[in-house]
Design a protein around this ligand. Structure first.
Ligand code: SAH
Ligand code: F3S
Length: 481
């Protein structure tokens, strides 16, 4: 199975902007989706004003924070294991305080304090501004919990401290929460209702990144296509907005347009799109601006109409295919990637075949594929029996992963003998003499370093490939530098 950042974590390796006057040390690590990684940068910024600089050495931390994921049981188990490690360190350094942030904090609330004795602090995704107060409580010897979800918190006024940064690519969050209520998904419960962030603050954050030399931003949200700014508050309350608010509202297509126009040399990506909310205006904005990358992550979850309905996804297989056809008609070289769940309750062999045949129609460039994991409190857990045996889920997942691998290869082979523009992000994991970066279509490319540097846009001639990686040689800097 392909790995998402779900299964990995990064300690606070490199924080730019450490403050010399700060004396306390914060070790913060994140699990799960990109939004969690982005939230940790907001938390680091809030705590920087409280005297904390980040450290990558767990043993020297005064405060350890773990930003957690609840999306699948395995993600939660990974965090529980990490807490054992903190426990061992706390035995040597008893003054160290431990806090849990993110979706597990929101899901388990004060139960966390009972279940995990090491935990001093439990803070949900909308309560990070309360961290200074909560930490004071903890330092006075009490445990502290704040898991109140908000109708309007977007952290738009906080300038994130970039953690683990390569200085080239960054996340910028544009919405929080999700109103979609897919029956398998815990996110609406852990991250609350959907809110959009003021476009002005988004543009300011991109401006700041541009001034610091960043070359690519990914606009983040659980469901970016439903972005809607009309002055703040929940999206559902838009019906009560004034005529002026309605006339000046900014939707996602307009936001893309604003960002791309303001920073024509900044590469712009976005994630995640929900098929039911993706408008053709978004695709047209992409077509209008050369700097908006031609890649759409468009989770489908299943190819069976019956299962899509059980999942409460608001589109059919046919509507999904129509959307893909429209994307391809407007943006012929746009790559498409997927999320797929195998073994959702009641999924039959025939439903599974429908997923495989849908994959055949789209031939995705890459994807993230999962075995269904029942989540407490979701509609699926309450209404449906988790009745697909684990072995069957695993087998179906293996078939889907294999099919994706084959399609990935078809897609990467399309680039053979072509020249693609690659933004260099880091050293290749496989070879210290090669760079690794991504093309606009989000395909990873590796090539010999020569004299190029991280942050360069380089034209790379593709000579060979695997199912996920393009392998080539640089033929010069692109005119984008
Ligand atoms: N809109 C979100 C989706 C969040 S969850 C985003 O920004 O990415 C990411 C993916 O995890 C989903 O698309 C789905 O494929 C998978 N997922 C969610 N809940 C799951 C569950 N209970 N079991 C298995 N996979 C799940
Ligand atoms: Fe989850 Fe569906 Fe929202 S997958 S994050 S409820 S779009």
């Amino acid at each position: 199975m392909e790995k998402t950042i779900d299964e990995t974590a990064q300690g606070s390796k490199l924080a730019i902007e450490p403050k010399l006057e700060n004396t306390k040390k914060l070790f913060i690590e994140s699990y799960g989706c990109a939004m969690n990684f982005s939230d940790s940068e907001i938390v680091a910024s809030i705590l920087s004003k409280e005297g904390y600089n980040t450290t990558q050495v767990l043993e020297e931390a005064d405060l350890v924070l773990v930003n957690t994921c609840s999306i699948r049981d395995k993600a939660e188990q990974t965090v529980r294991k990490r807490l054992e490690k903190y426990n061992a360190v706390k035995r040597i350094n008893p003054k160290m305080k431990v806090g849990v942030l993110g979706c597990m904090a929101e899901r388990l609330k004060s139960k966390f304090l009972e279940e995990e004795k090491i935990v001093d602090l439990v803070v949900g995704p909308d309560a990070y501004k309360d961290l200074p107060n909560l930490i004071s409580e903890v330092n006075e010897g009490r445990s502290a919990v704040n898991v109140i979800l908000s109708k309007d918190e977007t952290y738009g006024d906080i300038s994130p401290v970039r953690l683990n940064t390569n200085g080239v690519t960054a996340f910028v969050s544009i919405t929080r929460g999700c109103d979609n209520m897919c029956t398998f998904c815990v996110v609406p419960f852990t991250r609350g209702r959907e809110r959009s962030r003021d476009p002005q603050s988004i543009l300011e954050e991109i401006s700041d990144l541009w001034n610091k030399g960043f070359k690519e931003v990914t606009l983040l949200g659980q469901n970016v296509d439903s972005y809607l700014w009309y002055g703040g508050g929940l999206k559902k309350d838009f019906t009560k907005a004034t005529d002026l608010q309605k006339a000046t509202a900014v939707d996602f297509a307009v936001l893309l347009d604003l960002c791309a126009k303001a920073y024509p040399k900044m590469r712009i990506r976005f994630s995640t799109s929900n098929p039911q909310d993706m408008s053709l205006d978004v695709i047209r904005s992409m077509a209008k601006h050369q700097n908006i990358c031609n890649h759409v992550h468009l989770p489908v979850q299943s190819g069976s109409n019956r299962i899509l309905k059980e999942m409460n996804r608001q589109h059919t297989r046919e509507e999904y295919i129509e959307l893909i056809n429209n994307i391809k008609a407007i943006l012929p070289n746009c790559t498409i990637s997927q999320d797929i769940i195998c073994g959702f309750p009641t999924e039959t062999e025939e439903d599974h075949q429908d997923t495989l045949s849908l994959m055949d129609v789209v031939k995705y460039s890459f994807g993230y594929m999962y075995a269904y994991s029942e989540r407490p409190g979701t509609m699926a857990e309450r209404k449906l029996e988790d009745d697909v045996p684990f072995e069957t889920k695993k087998r179906r997942l293996a078939e889907v992963v294999e099919q994706q691998r084959a399609h990935g290869l078809i897609r990467t082979e399309e680039f053979l003998n072509q020249t693609v523009e690659v933004l260099i992000e880091k050293e290749s994991k496989k070879s210290a003499s090669e760079w690794s970066g991504r093309s606009a279509q989000n395909t990873v490319a590796v090539f010999p370093k020569e004299d190029y540097k991280i942050g360069n846009f380089v034209n790379v001639k593709i000579n060979s490939c695997t199912s996920a990686t393009l392998i080539g040689e640089a033929i010069g800097l692109s005119e984008n530098n």
